[in-house]
Design a protein around this ligand. Structure first.
Ligand code: SF4
Length: 379
């Protein structure tokens, strides 16, 4: 089954660390963008009316940017366009990323009525000092409030994003964030290490204020201890950065890690269908222009060769805690992973970075911190 990704690139303010494809909110631009997005989805659906097989989808994912800046009626219109263009299953997972300051009880109830059944809140921290350092617009009280309001609005599937290794953050402060998140009882959590990009305003803020990040060993402790604490609270880690209560893994994101297929709609969105990778034009205005002129919105269309598809499947599959099923890879790509890469992988096995159980190959928990090194073997 396909996933449908919809990029909503608007934000109320630009966070000092952000490296996503986004721009400042503008009500008129947003209205024109939603019109364009619906046209792009309809174009994909036109294939259907021309007699090609209807593609089935079981996930819709509004990512951003800040999708919760859309009006619920706009969200409903986009979901309806998806349902017209694709055979979207009745129990599809429909996720919307939301920032805590951009929702209230009325809006959450309307989003639920519009067909959203999973929320992913960008909380990042439950410590106000840290949120201010990241130039986020919400505080911890608003994050907790948004979680409670979402439950009251009928959302039974809620995820939180937290960021670790923040400027000046100590291990115990990070763990207090993890405890605060657990106290909110989300169904799913994503934990990311802060990456300070060379041109991020945060880099200048850190230099001016003489903020630093904790030593690498502390970052490793933050990661491993958080995972242990979450497991003790009933969450299962299923991917390097993601934990969930049983049955609450992100169905959409699993498509990225299990060699799945998805359409990407909106500016800068990526898609992968039938071994062809696409990328849309990044600029919001450029994207709208292409749609208005009846032109293609893709700026890059590339058929991946067999080696690239294999490398990609191995690279992403190894992110999963269950790791790679070597027999499944052999059946799909005709390659014996161990024969092809065994010599290079052996040193990671010896170092305890990888573990091999029969025909499964997976990263150990501490090995997850070195995932990038292992994955260079495949790409
Ligand atoms: S809300 Fe998210 S997408 Fe928007 S600027 Fe902040 S980090 Fe970037």
């Amino acid at each position: 089954m396909l996933g449908l990704y919809l990029h909503i690139p608007f934000c109320s303010a630009i966070c000092n660390y952000c490296n996503f494809n986004r721009g400042l909110f503008d009500a008129d631009l947003k209205a024109r963008y939603v019109d364009a997005l619906v046209v792009e989805i309809e174009r994909a659906g036109r294939v259907r009316s021309e007699g090609a097989a209807v593609r089935s989808a079981d996930t819709i994912y509004f990512g951003g940017g800040t999708p919760s800046l859309l009006e619920p009626s706009e969200v409903g219109r986009i979901i309806a366009a998806c349902r017209d263009a694709f055979d979207v299953s009745g129990d599809a997972e429909v996720t919307l990323e939301a920032n805590p300051e951009s929702v209230d009880p009325r809006k959450l109830a309307a989003l639920r009525n519009a067909g959203v059944n999973r929320l992913s809140f960008g909380v990042q921290s439950f410590r106000d000092t840290e949120l201010r350092r990241l130039s986020r617009l919400h505080d911890a009280a608003r994050a907790r409030g948004a979680m409670g309001e979402a439950r009251n609005a009928g959302f039974e599937n809620i995820s939180l994003d937290l960021m670790m290794w923040l400027p000046e953050q100590r291990v115990d402060e990070w763990l207090s964030n993890v405890d605060a998140a657990i106290a909110c009882d989300p169904d799913h959590l994503s934990l990311y290490l802060l990456e300070v990009y060379p041109n991020a305003p945060l880099k200048d803020d850190m230099a001016r204020a003489r903020w630093s990040q904790a030593p690498d060993d502390d970052a490793a402790t933050m990661y491993v201890t958080a995972m242990e604490r979450l497991e003790a609270a009933g969450y299962e880690q299923y991917e390097i950065s993601n934990v969930a209560k049983p049955g609450r893994q992100s169905r959409h994101n699993l498509k990225y890690w299990t060699d799945g297929e998805w359409f990407g709609f909106g500016c800068g969105a990526h898609g992968t269908i039938d071994g062809v990778r696409t990328k849309n034009v990044s600029g919001i205005a450029d994207y709208i222009d292409c749609i208005v002129r009846g032109q293609a919105v893709t700026s890059d269309v590339r058929r991946m060769d067999a080696d690239e598809r294999l490398g990609d499947a191995l690279f992403t599959g190894l992110r999963l805690v269950e790791g790679l099923d070597l027999d499944a890879v052999q059946n799909r790509y005709g390659v014996d992973v161990w024969r092809k890469y065994g010599a290079e992988l052996a040193r990671f096995l010896e170092a305890g970075v990888l573990r091999r159980d029969g025909r499964r190959l997976a990263l150990t928990r501490s090995g997850m911190l070195l995932a990038n090194e292992v994955m260079t073997v495949f790409v």
